[in-house]
Design a protein around this ligand. Sequence first.
Ligand SMILES: *[C@@H]1O[C@H](CO)[C@@H](O)[C@H](O)[C@H]1NC(C)=O
Ligand SMILES: *[C@@H]1O[C@H](CO)[C@@H](O)[C@H](O)[C@H]1NC(C)=O
Ligand SMILES: *[C@@H]1O[C@H](CO)[C@@H](O)[C@H](O)[C@H]1NC(C)=O
Ligand SMILES: *[C@@H]1O[C@H](CO)[C@@H](O)[C@H](O)[C@H]1NC(C)=O
Ligand SMILES: *[C@@H]1O[C@H](CO)[C@@H](O)[C@H](O)[C@H]1NC(C)=O
Ligand SMILES: *[C@@H]1O[C@H](CO)[C@@H](O)[C@H](O)[C@H]1NC(C)=O
Ligand SMILES: *[C@@H]1O[C@H](CO)[C@@H](O)[C@H](O)[C@H]1NC(C)=O
Length: 491
Amino acid sequence: MRHRPQWRRVACGAAMLFAAAALATALAWNSIFEAVYNSQLALSPSSRSYREWVAPDVPLYLEIYLFNWTNPDDFPHQKPILAEVGPYRFREYRRHVNVSVYPNNGTIAYRTQRTWQFDEDTSEASLQDNITILNVIAASAAFRSRDWGFLKQKGLSLALAMFGHGMSVSKLAGELLFDGYEDPLIDLANSLPPSALGGAPKVDRFGLFYGRNNSIDTDGYMEVTSGSSSEIPGQIVRWDGHSSLPFYAGECAKMTGSAGEFMPHNLTESEPLTIFMSDLCRTVYMDYQESGTLEGIPYHKYVMNEATFDNSSSTDRNSCFCNGECLWSGVMNVSACRYGSPSFLSLPHFLHGDPDLLDKVEGLAPDPDLHTFYFAVEPRLGIPLDVSARFQYNVYLEPMPNIALYANVPKMLFPIFWVQQKVQVESKVLGELRIVRGVMDWGGTVCACAALAFAAILTVTSCCSSHCKKKDEIEKEKDEAELKLNPNNRS
Ligand SMILES: *[C@@H]1O[C@H](CO)[C@@H](O)[C@H](O)[C@H]1NC(C)=O
Ligand SMILES: *[C@@H]1O[C@H](CO)[C@@H](O)[C@H](O)[C@H]1NC(C)=O
Ligand SMILES: *[C@@H]1O[C@H](CO)[C@@H](O)[C@H](O)[C@H]1NC(C)=O
Ligand SMILES: *[C@@H]1O[C@H](CO)[C@@H](O)[C@H](O)[C@H]1NC(C)=O
Ligand SMILES: *[C@@H]1O[C@H](CO)[C@@H](O)[C@H](O)[C@H]1NC(C)=O
Ligand SMILES: *[C@@H]1O[C@H](CO)[C@@H](O)[C@H](O)[C@H]1NC(C)=O
Ligand SMILES: *[C@@H]1O[C@H](CO)[C@@H](O)[C@H](O)[C@H]1NC(C)=O
């Protein structure tokens, strides 16, 4: 009989196969897990991670603190006294738009569009507040005239006086932030050729965040890895068409690291976390500070510390960011990527900054708990659990003998505002992450156990094979009988 059931041999074979497969899976568990996990993470239009990436539904908030200058009339005889007002809290809606996927080179290109809604209920300040800040328009115009001739500088000095520009401006908070305010100097600047403005786009108003709401240009055009081949997704490849930064030379021009959303796997304590930040127009190296757990999930905390924006005093790494003269430690000259305006970024309240910065103003009190910039990341899978992104925007002032308004100012950085964006993953996501980590940690063991179990079955089946012979004969007869009764069954 050709079709005699050979269940025992089949079972033996299957058990052997399963045992071998389970053993192989157990041995290769880490790579298998990595491959499956990466396929879920890759930014291809069908992946789950892609849908969440295009329009994240994690609630995001932008919190802005303005420095209200309370003694502008006494400047420069007295140090500016600054009073922090805020937070002005804005709910942020972030979307990735103009997304193009390029499977040929494993990249994905996109722009980021952000919309902000003022959140009246949780803000501790009103957009109707009367706030006094440094006159940023006049300070920028003066800075731009640094290498002009005497006559042109005198002309600017007169123009400032004529348009009634003083050292400070008092405006409503809403105008200073998103709405902007009109100024005759802007109209004047708009009539100049673009080269005189460092290529800055023409605007009709001035505001610290003017033009950013709904804009798709603020963060620039990002090209990142899609993670389709074995590499990590979301690593910067090009920014606004540049594959290295045009603002800096040497090492500082290097554009590497995460675009902020996907981190490398297997983070270590000795390696910095490398993130490209379009706000800073550079790659930032954040150092490991400590480890901890968040609801049972371990994390490594990476921070911006003294070394991050250090000038060459203690590390060489940053001197190429100075663009000439290295001024204070703990600040970053972003002039080159802000159309030549005298803009400097620092941590809030000049945390980790040169003591001279704090010495020139009153009312700042750096506090690591409130002002640190950190990323707490689950190290094995590189998932950010808790992030606080914080920056302070400052305007550079220096004495300009030919411009009356600035003839006697000290050389200093004038703090204008600081922002913070805090994101913590939700409990639901933490729960999922616990499962993923469980699968990762225990999957190999489970497979090894399965291999053992199948091996046991294998042994049992081959042992009993001799004892069960009789049963087999009976079954064979039964089969033949059945066949006679039901001949159609065969085909
Ligand atoms: C991370 O480490 C695990 C072993 O601990 C290894 O199997 C895995 O391939 C590593 N992943 C990467 C991306 O290096
Ligand atoms: C800002 O300072 C000015 C001048 O001292 C004061 O009149 C104004 O009320 C302050 N604004 C807020 C919101 O505290
Ligand atoms: C980019 O997206 C915006 C908004 O979704 C759209 O208005 C614009 O036409 C797109 N631009 C390109 C070049 O696709
Ligand atoms: C990837 O390929 C696309 C289409 O061929 C091209 O437009 C794009 O510039 C490439 N990106 C990089 C980073 O090479
Ligand atoms: C941003 O634009 C939206 C409309 O697209 C508007 O509802 C919102 O109030 C604006 N936000 C601010 C801060 O002006
Ligand atoms: C804001 O306060 C300044 C003085 O601190 C005052 O001169 C100005 O008129 C006030 N502006 C408004 C709109 O109330
Ligand atoms: C900041 O950098 C720009 C060019 O990148 C440079 O022209 C300017 O002098 C620097 N600012 C200061 C205060 O050194």
